[in-house]
Design a protein around this ligand. Structure first.
Ligand code: FAD
Length: 390
């Protein structure tokens, strides 16, 4: 195995060489970087990887701040997966630090586990129920919903109106700028409710953080002589002076087609990063603030993720907003219909592959995007009659 503890490799694999690239890859996040690595190393293709941001890693980019704490510029990214092939693939480029994510919610002046579990119910109501008692409690509170259509229906049907209002209503209104009664049921269908003491946020078999961070992992992935990287480079500008045979586009699909059918709606976020002069700020990496009395949805404290020791600690506050970078596709039926029109155009565009969260207008976790990129690589290798090298 490579030694990942040494100095980080340089960003740029090759700056000279022929001007014709086999692949131009737009976007150096997980989708673009996995494909660049696979095409370069597995199929010996010459790849130009560009990103309009000044760094690789896409939304998973992390860096050391002035206090020396490894922070995530675009909000906390927690790696978890049930896919062993995805974990094995990424393990070629990083060692891991075991980390199980736990989240507390600030409710009624207390910090209680979310997803709701036995501890949450007992603390909020001053009870001492066992598992069966909690199941009975939630059942007695749940309201029958004839047809589950919205996010409100999902939660009220599972835990009742009071817990819905304490944990979900305000959070969802802040996060989406919409009342849960106007949001597709898929949004809160992801949130489990437990009757035992399990307070892990995810149940996946593989839960680890890259030992030296995501950016270092990306640097290792892209350290190949067939890969040239240009940062601060927008597709619209690069496309004028670069010759390439195939295009992989991981940016917004509506932008690629110049918003022909209109803009695909996204919810955005503003991040406020700060360092405070105390060793610890909160007991876990993420505390949610469901109440509408504060404008932020959550606060992240990074040292819980990295295991760093430092007399100071760095935090990120998240403020949802309507304007700004595209982060969360808004899951409503009319938006899905608009995307399908772009998808038809994309499917009919030869020699261009659309992959990743922005190009397919879906919220994907990192592991899902890696799996999507590896699947596309396998299809490309097959189409070329090559055996996809492992
Ligand atoms: P991106 O990482 O967005 O990369 C796309 C890149 O393309 C960007 O860097 C962009 O600058 C570039 N680009 C776009 N258009 C152009 C253009 N025209 N020219 C040049 N470059 C362009 N997933 C998890 O698994 N766990 C988590 O805890 C988690 N937390 C998240 C928290 C937040 C706040 C958000 C928003 C997402 C989170 N995710 C998480 C999801 C994760 O961010 C995505 O799965 C992942 O970033 C998708 O990778 P990607 O390559 O598809 O997109």
């Amino acid at each position: 195995m490579r030694d990942f503890d040494g100095a980080a490799p340089a960003y740029v694999g090759r700056t000279d060489g022929p001007a014709v690239f086999d692949y131009l890859i737009v976007g150096a996040g997980f989708a673009g970087s996995v494909l660049a690595e696979r095409l370069a190393a597995g199929l010996d293709k010459r790849v130009l990887l560009i990103d309009r941001r000044p760094h690789i890693g896409g939304n998973a980019y992390d860096h050391h701040d002035d206090a020396g704490v490894l922070i995530h510029r675009y909000g906390p990214h927690i790696f978890h997966t049930n896919s062993q092939p995805v974990a094995d693939y990424l393990s070629r480029f990083t060692k891991w630090r075991p980390y199980e994510h736990r989240v507390l919610a600030h409710v009624d002046g207390q910090l209680v586990p979310i997803p709701i579990n036995r501890t949450t119910v007992n603390r909020l109501y001053g009870l001492d129920l066992d598992e069966a008692g909690v199941a009975e409690f939630l059942k007695s509170r749940a309201e029958p919903v004839a047809e589950v259509r919205t996010s409100e229906d999902v939660v009220v049907g599972a835990v009742g109106r009071e817990l819905y209002e304490k944990f979900f209503r305000g959070y969802t209104r802040k996060q989406w700028g919409l009342d849960p009664s106007d949001l597709d049921k898929a949004v809160t269908a992801r949130v489990p409710t437990r009757t035992n003491d399990d307070d892990r946020y995810f149940g996946d078999s593989f839960q680890n953080m890259p030992l030296h961070g995501f950016t270092r992992m990306f640097e290792n992935m892209l350290d190949h002589p067939n890969i040239t990287i240009r940062l601060g480079a927008d597709f619209r500008d690069v496309v004028r002076d670069v010759r390439y045979r195939n295009l992989i586009f991981t940016g917004p699909v509506d932008e690629y087609f110049e918003y022909r059918f209109g803009k695909l709606p996204y919810r955005s976020l503003t991040f406020r990063h700060e360092t405070v002069d105390q060793e610890w700020f909160q007991p876990v990496a993420v505390v949610n603030y469901p109440g509408e009395e504060v404008p932020h949805t959550r606060i992240t404290e990074y040292k819980h993720l990295t295991g760093q020791t430092n007399p100071r600690t760095s935090l990120t506050y998240e403020y949802p907003s309507a304007e700004g970078d595209p982060y969360y596709p808004i899951p409503r039926a009319e938006n899905a219909a608009l995307y399908r029109k772009y998808q038809e155009l994309a499917d009919a565009t030869p020699n261009v592959h659309f992959v990743g969260r922005l190009a397919t207008y879906r919220y994907y976790n990192m592991d899902q995007v890696v799996a999507q990129a590896l699947a596309l690589y396998t299809r490309i290798a097959k189409a070329e009659g090559a055996v996809a090298e492992g």
